[in-house]
Design a binder for this molecule. Sequence first.
Ligand code: PLP
Length: 383
Amino acid sequence: MSADVRGGSARSELADLPLRDELRGELPYGAPQLVVPVQLNVNENPYPPSGNVVAAIAAAVAEAATTLNRYPDREFLPLRADLAAFLNADADVELQPSQLWAANGSNEIMQQLLQAFGGPGRTAVSFAPTYSMYPEYARNTHTTWVAGRRNTDFSLDLRHAAELIAEHQPSVIILTSPNNPTGTALPLDDVRVVLDAAPGVVVVDEAYAEFRRAGVPSALTLLAEHPELVVTRTMSKAFALAGGRLGYLAAAAAVVDAVRIVRLPYHLSAVAQATARAALAHSAELLATVDTLRVERDDTVSWLRAVGLRAAESDSNFVLFGTFADRHAVWQGLLDRGVLIRETGPDGWLRVSIGTRDEMRAFRTALSEVAKDLLDPRMGDHT
Ligand SMILES: *Cc1c(COP(=O)(O)O)cnc(C)c1O
């Protein structure tokens, strides 16, 4: 078997296999994983865990390793209790462990939700531009995918949303707040309008919720009144645990029961459970970088606007900015200067994840060089 540089096999060999028709010609999803000095492309937290947190995780994993001959705890109630305690403090709610569920990243959570509530003959609806993975989970679960649109400021067009919901009667609606790649948060009133119109479940993906600005509420506060609402979160972003693969949902206990029917047995390894619990025990320390990143984000938005570019409102740890007649040339120019960002979003826009102060300085310097003909020269020192 010949392997190409991306770790896949030659395409001609793939063509000979009885692959599902809708998967023919498809490529595995993923942003380029390039090794460059400044990586601002997949919305990771740039700060690695401290020595203290690393030691706590290592100790917890060592303890778990003593029983790795056994399958892990399938219901992982201790972890679910820790997650409930974290959310209860974060959003001032009163969730029980039975209302929490976790998996290998919130990507797996979303797939489990579509396995349980989507499927052949059913439709999932979302509003573009939004997270590019959703259509792939829909495809993988044989769920029909319908993408509505947003207003030009990336807010929801509620009238359009209501029409789309009435027309397609989706069993799953996915809202994303703050939205990726735009960074915009949804007002709870908009979520309520969608909940009232929805014939099925409404998933609010809050992967970036910890970065929201003061006063922006979480959809968790709507759970008590809405049994059809599911809120998903992840430890990949604010918690600086992307490598740990731990995503979770909060919902009515009945939603958790539905997902438990489709989950693979023992899907969440003992190592992942131990890692997540150790990280949650240090949540204050891990989340201490969030304030720094918020300030850096707001500074980035201000700078982009000051030099004459557009930047979307952001409640997340990234900023969508533009617009460029040739965004690929700008992306490539930044990469040539050692700064990797993401070519995503509507035509002409680019997305930059918020890194450390030094990394953002490198981004500004590189962008000033690459787009010098586009930026406002009166700004002078761009760094
Ligand atoms: C990053 C991201 C996730 C998180 O994925 P994990 O599988 O938890 O790492 C989920 N939703 C959105 C919109 C994201 O951008």
